[in-house]
Design a protein around this ligand. Sequence first.
Ligand SMILES: Cc1cc2nc3c(=O)[nH]c(=O)nc-3n(C[C@H](O)[C@H](O)[C@H](O)COP(=O)(O)OP(=O)(O)OC[C@H]3O[C@@H](n4cnc5c(N)ncnc54)[C@H](O)[C@@H]3O)c2cc1C
Length: 208
Amino acid sequence: MVHDNIVLGAGISGLTAAATLRHGGHEVLVLEKSRGLGGRAAARRWADLPVDHGAQFFTARSDPFRAQVAAWKELGVCHEWCRGFHRYQDASLVPPEADHHPRYACRKGMSALGSALAEANGMTIERQSKVTNVSCQSRLWTLTCEDGKSFRTRRLIVTTPPPQGADLLAEAAPGGCGFSARDRHGALLGLGRTVPGPQHPVARHPVP
Ligand SMILES: Cc1cc2nc3c(=O)[nH]c(=O)nc-3n(C[C@H](O)[C@H](O)[C@H](O)COP(=O)(O)OP(=O)(O)OC[C@H]3O[C@@H](n4cnc5c(N)ncnc54)[C@H](O)[C@@H]3O)c2cc1C
């Protein structure tokens, strides 16, 4: 089977890209090496409590992402946690400056964001599928996983941390697929044709 789109990585970027494709009516498969979703927005259970071991909170600084956060609040996925932090200065606590940016956190742990994105958008996700090789021939991408499974796609969106993505793509034939590895530190590498579709809230990298 040849997929129309494969998104590599089920972190917030990958799941948002996949959601955007789904909203545009496109078929998409997400490949994720871990069992859990959300990537570095991650949580583990410890003494029966969720403990964030990646991002602990986030802000929303664009209207589309604020709309996404409002929907998550409504569903109980996240809540407003605070509006800034006290600083310790000259032997006293200085209250937070009013920057009008609420900080949001998730009571069930930050991995709730990944689960919510996947659930709301009915995504097809192959978990525990670590891609170890990417190749491209005649404008078709082939992704091979650690366990030998392989997937083919017309379009590939790579949302792994950039150095890992660049390493994976280094051996694929860039010339034949319109890929330029100019920016090893770009946040997201979209390969193949531009996908037409309606506007959809796009999550930014959560920035504290
Ligand atoms: C310790 C820590 C604390 C942080 N604290 C904050 C914070 O307080 N607030 C904040 O806003 N941000 C924080 N961040 C940053 C934030 O977590 C990230 O910017 C954000 O989660 C990145 O999302 P992403 O989807 O772009 O990438 P990632 O979350 O890295 O997603 C990439 C996904 O690709 C998968 N993947 C990688 N390689 C492969 C492969 N070969 N095959 C298949 N899948 C693969 C990974 O498993 C992962 O799920 C923190 C990060 C860390 C590590």
